[in-house]
Write a protein that binds this ligand. Structure first.
Ligand code: KIV
Length: 272
């Protein structure tokens, strides 16, 4: 082991919980290979998500639906190889957690074969039981609420969730129930900022936002969005960091500093 390796203090889910308590903003991006993981890790990202967004930004698919457990394992292995400090989170793909048996088996594969340190699953009524079972097995879990892209064919379009009183109240209750079931983190995607603020204030676990405004505990974006190489139109809540910085390293460093210091996201990137 090199001296550098020995000096690096690995981020764990406990570190992130301590950061929430201390009021320190948590920073994250997605990555899908060792080269980018190295850049994110060196820039100070606290956790790296091997998201099923890889279906769209790496594989060129129209949705995240076709992504397989084997795909996530492969990319998680690459990211783990490029990471020293950051916690590595792996997404559970569509239908890989639709029964308790599949959920435990696939989460175990992501950890044992991929090297993931926490898994993420998208919210649906069945998932409460899954979070509980994963927790019982000692598997850290992040629950993704709000816009859940794996449900695109049910939702019809990618749009902000929780704008109506009933859906907002339900999301607040769901977040509470997920934490009680053992979720170590919550991730809110495309949620009005006032609702995100309330969920964050109620939660004792870190709440990470993407399109959820500035009043959550941390931020995540899809790396290829900030580098302006994602296919299609840029999402309203992400920011192109390459145009002002001109280099991948500087773009990631600027994003990390902006989130840490509370300069990103501003209201311009949030929903009401
Ligand atoms: O798959 C992914 O990249 C995600 C982020 C959008 C949070 O789930």
């Amino acid at each position: 082991m090199s001296a550098h390796h020995q000096d690096v203090r690995k981020v764990t889910v406990q570190t992130l919980k301590q950061m929430k308590i201390a009021g320190e903003r948590i920073v994250s991006l997605t990555a899908y290979d060792a080269a980018f993981a190295r850049v994110l890790d060196a820039a100070g990202c606290d956790f790296i998500l091997v998201g099923d967004s890889l279906g769209m930004v790496v594989q060129g698919q129209a949705t995240t639906i076709p992504v397989t457990v084997d795909d996530i394992i492969y990319h998680t292995r690459l990211v783990v190889r490029g990471t020293q400090r950051a916690l590595v989170m792996a997404d559970m793909p569509f239908m890989s957690y639709s029964s308790a048996q599949d959920c435990l088996l696939n989460a175990a594969r992501l950890m044992k074969e991929g090297g993931a340190e926490i898994v993420k699953l998208e919210w649906g009524e069945l998932q409460l039981d899954m979070v509980y079972r994963l927790t019982e097995c000692g598997i850290p879990v992040c629950a993704h609420l709000g816009l859940t892209p794996q449900a695109i064919h049910k939702m019809g379009t990618y749009r902000v969730q929780g704008r109506e009183h009933a859906t907002a109240t339900k999301m607040i209750d769901d977040a509470r129930a997920l934490e009680a079931a053992g979720a170590d983190m919550l991730l809110l995607e495309c949620v009005p900022m006032d609702l995100a603020r309330e969920i964050t204030a109620n939660a004792t676990v870190p709440v990470i936002g993407i399109g959820a405004g500035p009043t959550v505990d941390g931020q995540i974006l899809v790396l290829y969005d900030i580098l302006d190489i994602a296919p299609g139109k840029r999402t309203r809540f992400s920011r192109n960091y390459i145009e002002d910085t001109g280099s991948i390293h500087r773009a990631v460093e600027r994003y990390v500093a902006d989130v840490r210091e509370g300069r990103f996201p501003t209201a311009e990137y949030a929903f009401t």
